[in-house]
Design a protein around this ligand. Structure first.
Ligand SMILES: *Cc1c(COP(=O)(O)O)cnc(C)c1O
Length: 416
């Protein structure tokens, strides 16, 4: 037997779960203190009542499998209702369809796959390419890498939005998809979707709206009175959308939605294979086995909150954002663009903002950064409404420390 095997191994005998439970809780002690609002990335905290609904609803269907809709008509019906609620919020026209997926990356990958197979069906010349703003999410690059597609990232405008004429220049006969974000993750700004829709129609290119982080907040912020421009299926050029339930939908993780304007377009997403020894296997999304809990939990949270519940939660988010905007402007920062949802980025050209980030990190804050321009980045949850003052005073102290000569900085924030 090899002597240079890995050494960590499974215990010979099991241990009582009570033991394991306390060990797990203890291990979490070193994590970011998200329950105190100390992170504005990764976690969406909509309050203890929502967490309880997520958990209990998840465990009710913990063992069931979304792969088998015939065996679990319960899950099939819940998924259909989740999809229908999402489509209604995003102005899906009659005949529009969708599916639940494991997350935004899954939704985006499947939409790209559908667009690719559609392009093949109309014999567009390969190799194919996708045209998108520099601010679009790396999930598109991942999908493109998986399918050997070319990505053409076009620099954003001076106001950090998709440059529609610039994107137009990059389109050619092998362009299978245009992408706009509602909003983009780095800036939290909604791209000019009406113009992208017009461009998509004029050039007859598939337009995907990445509303992963906006799809379940923008409709409610609009209901709360903000002038959110059309960004969804209300625009005729939009053929597909991605919208994550596990972000501003406040559902348990492992839940997103992908939508198509028509069933015919959706059919390019579905994988159907019968040539193997166990019969026909039809899977709409990337996954085979799909956790029943992600479906039941999403269904429960959406029905628990309802439209008025989401409006109230999203109002907390936008109020927290407004308070932070005012506070950071008071500290000499400039907010990038005019964010309307839950993400904002802010910059100060006379200061190493990454050094400020470092000081905030020392105070327990784990947030994000932008690189172009160098900026601090927050993705806020309802819970943050209760910690804006603390964030702003920690930010003020961090700025002071850097102004006083603190030079320790960070070079990048890695999402790994
Ligand atoms: C989060 C996000 C994604 C990817 O979603 P995951 O669920 O993390 O895979 C895609 N696009 C945008 C704009 C996002 O914010």
């Amino acid at each position: 037997m090899s002597t240079d095997q890995v050494t960590f191994k499974m215990p010979e005998t099991g241990r009582p779960f009570d033991d394991l439970r306390s060990e797990m809780v203890e291990r979490g002690g070193g994590d970011v203190r998200w329950r105190e609002g100390k992170t504005a990335v990764y976690v969406f905290n909509a309050g203890e009542d929502v967490t309880r609904v997520q958990k209990e609803a998840y465990t009710l269907y913990l063992s069931e499998n979304g792969l088998g809709p015939a065996a679990f008509p319960s899950l099939k019906r819940m998924e259909e209702e989740v999809v229908a609620m999402g489509l209604h919020l995003l102005h899906g026209p009659r005949g529009a369809v969708g599916h639940m997926t494991s997350g935004g990356t899954d939704s985006i990958t499947m939409a790209v796959k559908a667009a690719r197979d559609y392009a093949r069906s109309i014999s567009l010349p390969e190799p194919f390419n996708l045209v998108m703003p520099y601010s679009a999410h790396p999930a598109f690059d991942k999908a493109a890498a998986l399918m050997s597609l070319e990505i053409r990232r076009v620099p954003v405008t001076a106001v950090s939005l998709a440059d529609v004429p610039g994107m137009s220049e990059q389109i050619d006969g092998s362009t299978i998809m245009l992408v706009g974000s509602a909003p983009s993750f780095p800036y939290g700004l909604i791209d000019p979707m009406a113009e992208l829709s017009a461009l998509a129609i004029e050039r007859q290119v598939w337009l995907h709206v990445d509303a992963c982080v906006g799809g379940y907040i923008a409709p409610f912020v609009r209901l709360n009175g903000a002038p959110i421009p059309d960004f969804d299926f209300a625009l005729p050029g939009v053929l597909s959308m991605s919208a994550d339930l596990h972000k501003y939908g406040y559902c348990a993780k492992g839940a997103s939605t992908v939508f198509y304007r028509t069933e015919a377009l959706r059919d390019f997403m579905v994988f159907d294979q019968r040539d193997w020894p166990a019969g026909r296997m039809v899977t709409p999304t990337l996954a085979g086995t799909r956790p029943g809990g992600a479906i039941s939990s999403a269904w429960a949270v959406m029905n628990y909150l309802g439209v008025s519940g989401y409006q109230a939660k999203q109002r907390q988010v936008t109020e927290a954002r407004a308070a932070i905007e005012a506070g950071v402007e008071g500290l000499g920062f400039e907010v990038i663009g005019a964010p309307q949802l839950g993400i904002l980025a802010f910059t100060r050209s006379d200061l190493d903002v990454f050094a400020v980030y470092r000081k905030l990190y020392e105070r327990g804050w784990v947030t994000s950064l932008c690189t172009q321009p160098k900026a601090l980045h927050l993705m806020l949850s309802p819970f943050h409404a209760s910690v804006t003052d603390q964030y702003l005073s920690d930010l003020a102290e961090s700025v002071e420390a850097v102004e006083a000569g603190a030079t320790e900085t960070v070079t990048e924030v890695r999402y790994s």
